[in-house]
Design a protein around this ligand. Structure first.
Ligand code: TXA
Ligand code: MG
Length: 322
């Protein structure tokens, strides 16, 4: 079982030697390896049981490192890095040969992000290679937002877990692709679409999945809590399902007659985002047959929350997590 701690030197040594370390970021915990070590990269896919067609994000210490990893950086991409890095934004850019095809699943573009967490940023400063890191959960499961979440599911597959507490944002980064003439949002996340538009003007959002989605990891079966999750009016859903043991994940109203987790009693969307994955994991371990939930207001971070709820409620979600 991996130890959990805050020892940056220990994390650094393991990564230098090709091992795997779970790292805290402001979005979710990542399962990190040396981006210049192909054996270590392969081990990430094995540990997560992740198909090799789903490419990884390369985490860097600051935007200057892009110059040797990205073949071309459009002006709008630079504007976004200036505004949002370090932070919950990932950019897809054409790659140089320094980025292995194992990272990008053979694509000629790669995903880059400067995360924003004191422990991980210090670690990135102390190593002379970038870190590839997918979210530190088994493929298709809910992303981890605490060190304990990582230990619960990947504890025997990772060499060390760097404990940075509860992730402040709680949803993965927003992904913006610059591989075509006009940029596109491929995943809604910690930076809202509205905030991105403030900087670079109107932008298309293409987050739906197909058999060959543009962000290959955006399959409808992601974010599975392992139990059926129904979205709608909670009272109506409860009436229809009254023979079942019901758990309720509500936005701001409490439902005391059921096992209930309220995402944000204040109605604050940032608070709801921070609690969402924690709440799905907690509910998955309660004695309930089904989880009832409701959409949150569909603006700002609310759009990313609703996106995750839809994916978690996919009929395939439960099956895919097995
Ligand atoms: O917040 C985050 O982004 C977290 C933390 C750890 O940084 N990471 C994360 O990684 O969510 P992961 O692997 O769970 O999701 C990365 C997404 C996947 O949907 C993948 O398909 C997409 O990024 N992606 C990576 N490289 C890509 C590329 N070249 N083109 C299109 N999509 C790409
Ligand atoms: Mg993930």
């Amino acid at each position: 079982m991996a130890t959990i701690g805050t020892d940056i030197q220990k994390a650094r040594k393991i990564l230098v030697n090709g091992g795997l370390v779970a790292i805290p970021t402001e979005t979710v915990y990542g399962l990190a390896a040396n981006a210049f070590n192909e054996k270590a990269i392969t081990n990430i896919f094995k540990a997560k049981n992740r198909p090799s067609f789903d490419p990884l994000i390369t985490h860097i210490a600051d935007a200057t490192q892009l110059s040797e990893l990205a073949a071309h950086i459009p002006t709008k991409a630079i504007e976004l890095t200036t505004q949002f890095w370090p932070g919950p934004l990932t950019l897809i850019l054409p790659k140089t040969d320094k980025i292995s095809d194992l990272i990008t699943s053979g694509l000629d573009s790669a995903a880059f992000r400067v995360p924003n967490h004191p422990l991980t940023n210090e670690l990135l400063k102390q190593i002379n290679f970038p870190l590839v890191a997918p979210s530190a959960n088994p493929f298709t499961y809910v992303s981890p937002t605490t060190a304990q979440h990582v230990a619960d599911q990947l504890g025997d597959k990772v060499d060390y877990i760097l404990d940075g507490g509860l992730c402040t944002i709680g949803l993965e980064s927003t992904i913006v692709s610059f591989t075509k003439e006009t940029p596109k949002i491929l995943r809604l996340g910690g930076v809202s679409a509205e905030d991105i538009e403030q900087v670079i003007g109107s932008i298309a959002i293409q987050t739906h999945s197909s058999s060959a989605p543009e962000a290959p990891g955006m399959l409808t079966s992601h974010y599975s809590p392992g139990k059926p999750l129904l979205i709608g009016g909670i009272e109506q859903l409860a009436a229809i399902n009254k023979k079942k043991k019901i758990g309720v994940i509500s936005f701001k109203k409490a439902f005391p007659s059921y096992i209930n987790s309220v995402l944000a009693p204040s109605g604050n969307l940032s608070e709801a985002a921070q609690n969402l994955f924690k709440s799905l994991r907690w509910m998955a371990n309660q004695p309930v047959d089904i989880i009832l939930t409701e959409f949150v207001p569909n603006h700002g971070l609310g759009r990313a929350i609703n996106d995750r709820l839809k994916r978690a409620s996919s009929p395939q979600a439960g099956k895919a997590s097995k």
